[in-house]
Design a protein around this ligand. Structure first.
Ligand SMILES: *Cc1c(COP(=O)(O)O)cnc(C)c1O
Length: 222
């Protein structure tokens, strides 16, 4: 076995039952993804549209691509129907454009709502109260061809474990709160949180999907 297959096996052995592993392959070459694919991995995460498109064209069609980066509205057409799951919905406008494109293509696009709880990290994502407001007003009822599958988030990038744990708990709690408000939401099940350095804590806080890059593929060359 190669290093990537070894890393995958080691990580899989640590996953809580039912937690899905997304191998974050951004900035890594097609050959690295092919090795992970040979080791049985089918879900991969990419953060840039051009790179995603090139990799889709070069790799087997049964790969489930997760789009995890900020999606610019002018690139929606290139991702809808190609990504199995768009994890990074960070505005209502983006969601409407995705819905319109999915309708035009006759597909149903799965998405996650990105929530911003970390102190200093990315500026992308809904604030928790923005997100609950979206659901309280039942704005999702306007969607025709988009399936809201849950939430995605990141913890603060800090050594303070209590802080990281609290961030993960806040993300998982939000999904519950939304479901309590809208018990008729179907399949709003996914809590995507946890990366190479913090996925164990994320699983303890209720993650159902971890996004792991470095621990599988090694350091990225930017
Ligand atoms: C890059 C990235 C990851 C993977 O991070 P690693 O530290 O390499 O495991 C996970 N989630 C998102 C949103 C990312 O952009």
């Amino acid at each position: 076995m190669g290093q990537i297959a070894d890393n995958l096996a080691a990580i899989r052995a640590t996953l809580t039952e039912g937690v899905e592993l997304v191998a974050v392959s951004k900035f890594h070459p097609v050959e690295a993804i092919a090795e992970a694919y040979s080791a049985g991995q089918r879900a991969f995460g990419e953060s840039r549209v051009q790179e995603l498109t090139a990799k889709i064209n070069a790799l087997p069609s049964d790969i489930r691509w997760h789009f995890i980066g900020h999606l610019q509205t002018n690139k929606v057409k290139q991702v809808v129907g190609k990504a199995w799951l768009i994890e990074s919905i960070d505005s209502e406008r983006l969601l409407s454009l995705i819905d319109r494109e999915a309708q035009a293509r006759g597909v149903v696009q799965r998405v996650l709502m990105q929530v911003h709880v970390a102190r200093e990290e990315t500026k992308f994502g809904f604030a928790p109260d923005e997100l609950t407001e979206y659901f309280r007003l039942r704005k999702f009822e306007g969607l025709q061809a988009t399936h809201l599958c849950g939430v995605m988030g990141m913890a603060s990038n800090t050594d303070d474990e209590a802080r990281v744990r609290a961030d993960f708990e806040a993300i998982a709690h939000l999904r519950k709160q939304i479901l309590e408000m809208c018990p008729d939401l179907r399949g709003f099940d996914t809590v995507s949180m946890g990366m190479s350095h913090d996925y164990r804590m994320a699983m303890e806080a209720g993650s159902t999907m971890v996004r792991i890059g470095t621990a599988i593929f090694g350091e990225r060359q930017y």
